[in-house]
Each structure stands twice: as C-alpha cells, then as structure tokens.
Write a protein that binds this ligand. Structure first.
Ligand SMILES: [Zn+2]
Ligand SMILES: [Zn+2]
Length: 149
C-alpha cells in the first residue's frame, strides 16, 4: 500500500521537474523516496546512512545538496525544531507555510495547511509594520494514536 503511494508521489515529482526544466538525479530521487518512506521526520544523518545502502559512495554533501534541491522545489519541508525533514503533503503546490504537528512520542509529523492561520499571523505582524517572509509553525505534543494507547 505504502509502496504504491510512493511510486505515485515519485511520478508526480518527476513530472513537476520535467515541467520546470530541473533535473531530478537518481540521488535526489532516492533521498526523496527515503523521506517519503518514513512517517517520522528524517535527519540528514539518518538519510545518509540509508542512502549508503544503495549508494555506498554517498557523502554528507551528497545528502545536503539533494535536500537543498528538494526544499527549493517545495517537495519537502524542514522541521526546524528537530532539524529533520518530511515530505510535503502537496508537492505540486507552490511554496506555502504549513503548520506541523510533531508527536514527541512516536516522532510522527502531520502537515496541516490553514490559510486563515497564516493570514492572522500576517495581520498581527502588519500592525507592527512587519512584513513576514517565512513562518515556522510547529506544535509539539502527542498524536492521536499515541494518546489512545
Ligand atoms: Zn507542504
Ligand atoms: Zn505519536
């Protein structure tokens, strides 16, 4: 089941890359696959260890370059508070602010998109003459499946 979803996602980002005229190298694709295959956010170190299984010559810059590319294209998000990465729930959307729910027990990260929340933050900032370029909205807590255990 998960495999089918991944293939669909990979196909989707392949199409987006072709349309944008950017190159999805096999390493970039592999890093994206690794991020998608985990419900938890993955750190660069974990990704490097997993990448080494199929690409033994992979070095930290390999992973960082792939992550930069995937972030730039909006395929993944950085979880700032844990310095790790998750796949975006809407890869075909342009850059957007998302609200991340991070479970401190299982590490599961859920991405929510709420335009009202973003508008509210922008309105509050505007009252102080502040223009927002980028938000980090991350909530830590316990997810539904962990709290029902
Ligand atoms: Zn997203
Ligand atoms: Zn949990």
């Amino acid at each position: 089941m998960v495999k089918i979803l991944d293939n669909k996602l990979i196909q989707q980002i392949e199409e987006i890359c072709t349309a944008r005229g950017v190159r999805l190298t096999s390493q970039r694709k592999r890093v994206f696959e690794l991020i998608c295959s985990s419900k938890k956010a993955s750190s660069a170190y974990e990704l490097l260890e997993e990448l080494k299984i199929s690409e033994p010559q992979a070095k930290p810059p390999t992973v960082y370059r792939a992550l930069d590319f995937l972030l730039e294209q909006g395929f993944i998000h950085r979880v700032e508070s844990t310095n790790s990465f998750i796949s975006c729930c809407s890869c075909n959307a342009h850059k957007h602010s998302s609200h991340l729910l991070i479970c401190d027990e299982c590490g599961n990260v859920t991405e929510l998109q709420n335009d009202k929340l973003v508008t509210l933050l922008e309105e509050n900032a505007e009252k102080h003459g502040f223009k927002i370029h980028n938000h980090v909205i991350e909530s830590h807590g316990v997810c539904q499946s962990c709290s029902s255990n």
